[in-house]
Design a protein around this ligand. Structure first.
Ligand code: HEM
Length: 293
């Protein structure tokens, strides 16, 4: 979808390997010294840049044509095309590469983690799974023709949406993110100065018992009624809110539909520890045994 990589092959493997290094260097100290996670991350990023360079070159000389996000960026931002009024507003190749890399890095591990937590929470909460399965079997039963999910079906999954929100609350995949103070202010006796960087502790916000009673409990009905503003930040909030939210929700809805309509599963290990990386994942990646229903 982003740049039409084949699902397997040498190029994909190299991408994956570099990608893993970049993800695990995210929360490292920014010391560009050989041997540090940060240095390894920079080298992996440069190698990704070189790979994206060669993909862009093949697109530009017509060797490869695809219908994906990269192609639309190239068409829109090529010099001499009049798709954007002002030539100065066009992205350079470097900016295009950064956009592609940002989307891959921001969209991959987060969605993987969401799906992993979802399978875990559903496995541990059979009543929720049953209600979710009912919603999806009903969708199947109402379908007149075709076997694929339709756009209107995906947009009419009220319980599924609550399950997704509760998954993102309970797991809090991005445990913190930053904002820069736009003005001086005081909070709980602390004076914050304009320009300071502030990290939001989203895990605590999502587990505040005043907003979410019995916060460790997985309970999608918390989302039956609207919540206090800024108390649920699964996809962030405000102008910098996750731009991939609708894509991620679409992917998760499709995954859930096929999972609950066709399969049952059981956990192979009991381990509740969380991997201490920027994107929170079950430490053991939650291995399961899957069987047809
Ligand atoms: C379940 C999956 C995902 C979760 C839980 C998630 C969560 C988040 C959160 C919490 C933020 C910070 C928002 C803020 O600062 O207010 C964010 C930012 C971002 N996300 Fe996602 N995300 C997911 C999937 C995706 C996907 C699929 C893409 C793109 C393909 C994406 C692209 C981005 C980008 C580019 C930003 C930075 C936005 C900015 O700083 O302006 N995300 N995401």
């Amino acid at each position: 979808m982003i740049m039409s990589l084949e699902p397997s092959g040498e190029e994909q493997e190299r991408f994956r390997a570099n990608f893993k290094i970049i993800s695990s260097s995210f929360a490292s100290m920014p010391f560009k010294i050989p041997g540090t996670a940060f240095h390894r991350g920079i080298k992996a990023r440069d190698s990704m840049y070189a790979m994206i360079d060669s993909i862009i070159a093949k697109r530009r000389n017509g060797e490869v044509i695809q219908q994906d996000f990269l192609e639309s960026l190239i068409i829109k931002h090529s010099k001499g095309t009049n798709t954007i009024d002002n030539e100065d507003n066009k992205l350079t190749d470097q900016q295009m590469k950064d956009n592609i890399l940002t989307l891959l890095v921001a969209g991959h591990d987060t969605t993987t983690a969401a799906l992993t937590w979802l399978v875990k929470f559903l496995g541990e909460n059979p009543a929720v799974l049953e209600q979710l399965r009912e919603e999806h079997l009903q969708i199947q039963a109402n379908r007149k023709d075709g076997t694929n999910l339709t756009w209107s079906e995906v947009n009419n999954m009220p319980y599924t949406n609550k399950v997704i929100s509760e998954t993102l609350r309970r797991a809090t995949i991005l445990p913190w993110y930053s904002r820069k103070a736009a003005q001086d202010f005081e909070i709980d006796g602390y004076n914050i100065k304009k320009g300071w960087s502030i990290n939001l502790d989203v895990v605590s916000i999502h587990h505040d018992p005043e907003t979410f009673p019995d916060p460790e409990k997985f309970d999608p009905s918390r989302f039956d009624a609207p919540l206090k503003t800024f108390s649920y930040l699964g996809f962030g909030s405000g102008p910098r809110m996750c731009p991939g939210m609708n894509l991620a929700k679409l992917e998760i809805c499709i995954f859930i539909h096929h999972l609950v309509c066709k399969y049952k599963w059981s956990a192979l290990e009991k381990d509740d520890s969380v991997q201490p990386t920027l994107v929170r994942m079950p430490k053991n990646k939650y291995p399961i045994m899957v069987e047809p229903l």
